[in-house]
Write a protein that binds this ligand. Structure first.
Ligand code: FAD
Length: 408
């Protein structure tokens, strides 16, 4: 039976960074990474951006050159799923039914795209955007002439896909069940700005619109039926309605968790010698007032990977990194820092009409987050403002002549 001192499940952002960080921190034992995708670790964000747009070939989105893993003596086992965990024996069961022993296990399995549960959801032409294979299927259909696209879900991934599809010349409709796009992640002003932007770019944005069924011709999708009876014609449907954390085998082994798997400040699960990181790890987040949340971002995956690696290497440091995220749509580069959901006030810096502004989110007078659109300086300085948790004068905060740094 194979054995590795550290077995990492998942070859995405978190898994790859965990392996890199272990070696950086001087770990000399054996490391194996197991992942069900076919490719060595690659960046996921370009999938809904430059890769879908055909602006970046796949070779340019590897997290490290493919040879890197062997050079660092990190065994990479691809096209293999972990289907069960046996904590007593310190073993995992793989999809080929073989077993593998571990000293410590790092679970970095991310999430599976949430699927529509309505009739027609499995028709050809209905796509998720989670991995290279998903996007390659979309690209093939676009190349075969798909022109009418419906994007279900107005979150970041859906809106990014909508922007690219529009740029590629498709007719695009975004169908969002809530009264505004980005409702889960941003304040109303930002939502309205992005709705307007997409409309100006020629995208039809339908709000408060719920998908009732996907219609097909027996072979592939022909339209999206909405509650109320309307049908939006479609050759291609992109579903971006969130993920379901991939934690089945861990929960099956007895790990605590509900929405994801619970971890402590060192990314340890409730099972000895098993860590969990990234999209699937539910943790008490200092920037959310200690609420238990999952974050779906490259920052969180990387920083949790570093936390787990340090803990394993005998230098435990609690996880408290400031959340940050970015999204590219058209010529708009959004950068966010902090978590805005709990805010009770916003201050606008700059002019949305000029496509360069920031929305500053406050709670009880304290800055807790910023959404910066084409405002990289605000983003860089805003991070320090969020970290410091200052209570600035509102007028000064709104004045773009005054740098955020000066408010510290
Ligand atoms: P992943 O990177 O998803 O890696 C998990 C891996 O585990 C996958 O390869 C999966 O196949 C594998 N796996 C799952 N179950 C098993 C199993 N049982 N056995 C073996 N392998 C398994 N974040 C940003 O910060 N900015 C962005 O602009 C941004 N854009 C994004 C665009 C897209 C299209 C997507 C999908 C995500 C985007 N994200 C972005 C989010 C970011 O990519 C994720 O938060 C990040 O990849 C999470 O890393 P992870 O390691 O937790 O999971």
């Amino acid at each position: 039976m194979d054995h590795a001192d550290i077995v990492i499940v998942g070859t995405g952002h978190g898994g790859a960074q965990a392996a890199i960080a272990l070696r950086q921190h001087g770990f000399t034992g054996s490391i194996a990474m197991i992942g069900r995708e076919s490719e060595p670790p690659y960046e996921r964000p370009p999938l809904s951006k430059e890769y879908l747009a055909g602006e970046k070939p796949f070779e340019r989105i590897y997290l490290r050159p493919p040879q890197f893993w062997a050079d660092k003596d990190i065994a990479l086992r691809l096209r293999t799923s972990v289907v069960a965990v046996d904590p007593q024996m310190h073993e995992i069961v793989l999809s080929d039914e073989s077993r593998m022993g571990y000293g410590k296990l790092i679970w970095a399995a991310g999430g599976d795209p949430r699927r529509l549960s309505c009739p027609g959801a499995d028709l050809a032409g209905v796509h998720s955007v989670r991995n290279k294979a998903d996007v390659d299927r979309m690209i093939a259909e676009l190349e075969a002439g798909a022109k009418r696209a419906v994007v279900v879900g107005g979150g970041y991934i859906g809106l990014e896909a909508a922007a690219v599809l529009r740029k590629l010349g498709c007719e695009v409709t975004v169908v969002e069940a809530l009264p505004r796009v980005l409702a889960r992640v941003a304040g109303e002003e930002l939502s309205r700005f992005y709705e307007d932007e997409h409309r100006q770019q020629g995208v039809e944005v339908l709000l408060d619109a719920t998908v009732d069924r996907i219609e097909g011709d027996g072979r592939k999708v022909t339209g999206v039926g909405l509650e109320g009876g309307a049908v939006v014609p479609a050759d291609l449907v992109v579903v971006g309605i969130g993920i379901v954390p991939s934690v089945g085998p861990l929960i099956g082994a007895g790990a605590a968790g509900a929405n994801g798997v619970d971890v402590d400040e060192f990314c340890r699960t409730s099972i000895d010698d098993i860590y969990a990181i990234g999209d699937c790890a539910a943790h008490a987040n200092a920037w959310a007032g200690g609420a238990v949340i999952r974050l779906e971002s490259v920052q969180n995956a990387n920083d949790m990977a570093n936390t787990a690696a340090k803990s394993i290497c005998g230098d435990p440091q609690p996880y408290k990194a400031v959340p940050w995220f970015w999204s590219n749509q058209y010529d708009l580069r959004l950068q966010t820092v902090g978590l805005s959901l709990d805010h009770d006030e916003t201050v606008l810096r700059g002019d949305p009409g000029e496509r360069k502004f920031s929305i500053v989110y406050l709670k009880e007078g304290r800055v807790i987050a910023l959404d910066c659109v084409n405002a990289t300086k605000d983003y860089a300085q805003g991070r320090r403002v969020v970290e410091a948790g200052i209570k600035p004068d509102r007028e000064a905060l709104a004045d773009t002549e005054i740098s955020l740094k000066a408010l510290l």
